[in-house]
Design a protein around this ligand. Structure first.
Ligand SMILES: *[C@@H]1O[C@H](CO)[C@@H](O)[C@H](O)[C@H]1NC(C)=O
Ligand SMILES: *[C@@H]1O[C@H](CO)[C@@H](O)[C@H](O)[C@H]1NC(C)=O
Length: 411
């Protein structure tokens, strides 16, 4: 296409205007700077059979603003940061192969996640218990980030103050001290490192483990886990990342949804520009009690069958779900803004392109910092059902669009 001189100069003016608005808005609100789409890489997905094996070199760094390495650990004796799977992280150069993704994707930020479900909470509780241990831990993190070239740390303590997972009533304060000390030390290094915290959405956990206001102030970003809110352990069929309450939500399930969970953080004093919503690229699965009882909320008798790749009952990656959907009946729950699927035996609550769009629109409307998705190796990464990474691409597309849109329409 060719433009005459008039058109060309008005286009130049228009883009100058956009730059000016952008700069002016930056004076009042820097939320657009923080807009992010965080992808997650998991080391354990490398052991899948044949072409299912997911490697660091598979990571689509062009689709994400950040990628997180899951997981590193706390050493149970020294309380320093340590590799969780040294045979891979170190001997097979997992850390270094991961951080050299920067050569290929220069704008990509690379974080290490410490903790996770399997790691448990006890080592966090013990490490944060005294000032000396925290100091030692923080110093080891600085060395670690320098050594391997990571851009920051995501702390995944599941969950402070949870006695069943080795917690203590003192965790709530100690967790805040840890994050504040990490943040302060990172700032002192003069590096652009960040400390983010992965946090739950349910009020009962927040009450015992999180100083919402102070923690939010100390952390660079708060990553709210907007999934796993339901599962086969509840003995009724449901989606696990509902946006809002549904008529069948009763008792503890009232308010256990994405909107309410994120709002707890915002009402607790968190700036929206620090809050990132976590979305799942997997489903939670169930065995139905009766073939006819397949509506949402129907009784279930256990976990659905394990998938070929993910190999865990009650849990399927979207890469596994999309392949069986053609043989299942699919439905949409309007209030949850989530899809589910069933046959006469199994029931799956999951996330698809439509439900992700609904979540993204809500994130934009609430002016949150962005989205994180768990995880790349659960998306349809080999493209068995269409274009590879179909879900990751949906989020990436909106991320790119809203990044531009934010220059003009965000105050
Ligand atoms: C909880 O923390 C306190 C204070 O640090 C400590 O004295 C106590 O032993 C801890 N309790 C447990 C169960 O670890
Ligand atoms: C779907 O059902 C058809 C017909 O019963 C069967 O041939 C096919 O293997 C099934 N596909 C999956 C992915 O289960």
């Amino acid at each position: 296409m060719r433009f005459g001189p008039d058109v060309a100069s008005s286009l130049a003016l228009l883009s100058l205007y956009t730059v000016l608005i952008n700069q002016a808005s930056g004076l009042f609100d820097d939320s657009f700077k923080g807009r992010r789409f965080i992808c997650h890489y998991t080391t354990w997905s490398r052991t899948r059979q044949n072409e299912g094996a997911y490697t660091i070199e598979d990571i689509p760094g062009n689709l994400c603003s950040h990628v997180v390495y899951n997981f590193v650990a706390i050493h149970e004796k020294t309380y320093e940061i340590t590799a969780m799977q040294p045979e891979f992280d170190i001997e097979e150069n997992g850390f270094r192969r991961f951080t050299t993704l920067k050569d290929k994707f220069p704008n990509l930020k690379l974080l290490a996640a410490i903790g996770g479900w399997g790691h448990g909470g006890e080592k966090f509780s013990k490490m944060t218990e005294t000032r000396d241990r925290r100091k030692r831990f923080v110093a080891s993190v600085v060395k670690f980030l320098h050594k391997y070239g990571f851009d920051g740390l995501e702390v995944v303590w599941l969950y402070p103050g949870n006695f069943e997972r080795g917690g203590n009533v003192t965790d709530k304060d100690n967790f805040y001290y840890l994050i504040r000390e990490l943040q302060k030390t990172f700032a002192d290094t003069g590096r652009d490192w960040e400390v983010s915290v992965q946090v739950p959405a349910d009020k009962s956990r927040l009450d015992v483990g999180y100083q919402i206001d102070a923690l939010c102030e100390a952390a660079d970003f708060i990553h709210v886990i907007g999934y796993d809110l339901r599962g086969w352990w509840n003995n009724f069929a449901d989606v696990h990342s509902p946006m809002a309450d549904r008529p069948h939500d009763e008792g503890n399930f009232v308010g256990l949804n994405v909107e309410h969970g994120v709002n707890l953080w915002l009402q607790g004093g968190c700036l929206p520009s620090k809050v990132v919503l976590g979305v799942p690229l997997f489903g939670r699965t169930y065995l139905l009690d009766t073939p006819e009882g397949n509506s949402i909320g129907s009784p279930t008798i256990g976990a659905g069958s394990a998938g070929e790749y993910t190999n865990e009952p009650g849990y399927l990656g979207y890469c596994e779900i999309c392949a069986i959907l053609p043989n299942m009946t699919t439905r949409w729950d309007e209030k949850a803004q989530c899809p589910y699927a069933f046959n006469t035996i199994e029931w799956i609550g999951y996330e698809d392109e439509r439900s992700l769009r609904a979540k993204i629109e809500w994130v934009v409307q609430k002016r949150l910092a962005g989205i994180y998705a768990f995880s790349l190796d659960l998306d349809d990464y080999r493209g068995h059902c269409g274009e590879p990474y179909s879900l990751t691409r949906v989020i990436h597309k909106y991320y790119e669009e809203t990044k531009k849109q934010s220059l003009v329409t965000w105050p």
